[in-house]
Design a protein. Structure first.
Length: 469
């Protein structure tokens, strides 16, 4: 369903009326329009606290793009900012800044205590008002779990509060703010994540924290417009909505997609498979034979998988006291048990290839809980627990991650009562609902062959919802 209010406030008359009445005026988000679109354009300002471990690699990543790179200068706490490389032009932050920036990116990995957090203020205070619409704020820190000293862990954890707050301050401009915590010596694993968070693909991802670990993997992508070329992906619940968009996006990036859904959805499933030049597989994932059926199909047609996206899910809403037992059992079976059993079958037959990706779709309801959804929230929180526990057990450069969508414009949300639908759209920093493609783009980032350091994360795709962490 179209968001009429969003369209209205982006007209001159509607914007004036919203400002007069003190109503939110969400900005139309810029999303990726072309597969060969540069990940960032315009002017980008980079900065680093003393001892930054990522600034050189950030320079390499930015230099591969088309943006004009600048670095902070004339501020003592930011002296290491020049490490971004010789292609960057100095910007005197002690004087008035005249440029408009499409992104501000800051290396905070060298910060060792709370006093050194002053560098964060020194960088962002003079530049934050110079962000253009649909701008990006990205901070790179050190994973607090790898810090030996409590003072350093405290300072690095403090970056999370900074990023979440700036996201709420900047959301009205369509701007996002995110944090990457990297393990020591993991700078070489930053590329795919920096590109994602600076790009239009992350338009509805804000206030998020991602951990990147050190890995020996040396996977590369020969064609950045088709990073999944030669890969095979299985997407459950692929006949419509978010699942359909996931299939489209992975196919766009070069993957061969097996689109799976229940037999009654076969007609639409075949439409998706034909459009993506993939395969359609009709299967009820709660059937006791489903894991074997899926594994046998993969083995017969492709001899293995590079990606499995557990998107299929249902809601059966009732308050707990009024919930019939089959509502509980069915929701847990589809949303949680089926994922575990399918993965077990694939592992048993060694059908997940080296550097493969498992992505599970959770929900913001699994993080914050929701009235009348004890069954759904339980299942989706279980998904997060499953991802966190499975991640360290994986070998051969495999990864598992989860996305947790918030209010996404689908047939399900279109059927909501008007007041509830409008509240869902506005109760986030960007003051609007997301689109299925926003979830799909996040999953495509997880699936990138160079995202091996991204493992065990749950990323909310919710426009930084005001509900939950």
């Amino acid at each position: 369903m179209s968001d009429f209010y969003l369209k209205l406030v982006n007209t001159p008359l509607g914007k004036t009326a919203a400002q007069t009445l003190g109503l939110p005026s969400p900005v139309t988000l810029k999303r990726q329009a072309r597969v060969d679109e540069p990940f960032i354009t315009g002017d980008v300002l980079a900065g680093s606290a003393s001892g930054g471990k990522a600034i050189r690699e950030l320079g390499n990543i930015l230099s591969a793009g088309t943006a004009r790179i600048h670095h902070a200068s004339h501020v003592e706490s930011l002296a290491d900012s020049a490490g971004v490389g010789p292609k960057a032009h100095p910007i005197d932050l002690s004087a008035e800044v005249s440029l408009r920036f499409s992104a501000l990116i800051f290396d905070a990995t060298g910060i060792k205590n709370a006093t050194e957090l002053r560098a964060v203020y020194d960088f962002f205070h003079p530049s934050i008002k110079k962000l253009a619409l649909n701008g990006r704020v990205l901070v790179i820190g050190r994973d607090p779990q790898t810090c030996k000293e409590p003072a350093q862990a405290a300072a690095q954890r403090a970056l999370e509060g900074f990023v979440r707050s700036t996201g709420k301050e900047l959301g009205k401009k369509g701007t996002t703010s995110n944090l990457i915590w990297m393990a020591p010596t993991a700078a070489k694993q930053l590329d795919s994540s920096v590109r994602f968070f600076l790009s239009a693909r992350s338009a509805y991802v804000s206030g998020q924290v991602v951990r990147i670990g050190k890995t020996r993997d040396t996977a590369t992508v020969t064609d950045i417009t088709a990073p999944l070329a030669g890969k095979v992906a299985l997407v459950t619940g692929a006949s419509r909505g978010i699942g359909e968009s996931i299939a489209d996006t992975l196919a766009r990036d070069g993957a061969t997609v097996i689109a799976l859904d229940i037999p009654t959805a076969m007609a639409q499933l075949e439409v998706v498979a034909a459009r993506t030049k993939g395969k359609a597989l009709a299967c009820d994932i709660t059937d006791p034979d489903a894991p074997k059926v899926i594994a046998d199909y993969v083995k017969t047609h492709f001899e293995g998988l590079d990606m499995i996206i557990h998107n299929a899910g249902i809601t059966r809403d009732k308050t707990l006291g009024n919930m019939p037992e089959h509502f509980w059992d069915m929701t847990i079976a589809v949303n949680l048990i089926a994922e575990e059993l399918i993965n077990d079958a694939l592992f048993e037959q060694n059908l997940l290839r080296e550097n493969s990706r498992i992505v599970c779709v959770s929900s913001i309801s699994g993080i914050a809980g929701n009235f009348g959804q004890t069954n759904y929230s339980t299942s989706k929180c279980g998904v997060i627990g499953y991802v966190e526990a499975l991640a360290p057990q994986l070998k051969d450069s495999m990864t598992v991650n989860a996305v947790a969508p918030g209010f996404i414009e689908t047939q399900m949300t279109a059927a909501m009562p008007l007041t509830i639908r409008e509240a869902g759209r506005r109760m986030n920093s960007l003051s609007q609902g997301g689109l299925p493609v926003d979830v799909a783009e996040t999953i495509a980032w997880f699936c990138d062959p160079t995202s091996t350091g991204v493992n065990g994360n749950t990323v909310r795709v919710c426009g930084q919802s005001l509900i939950g962490k």
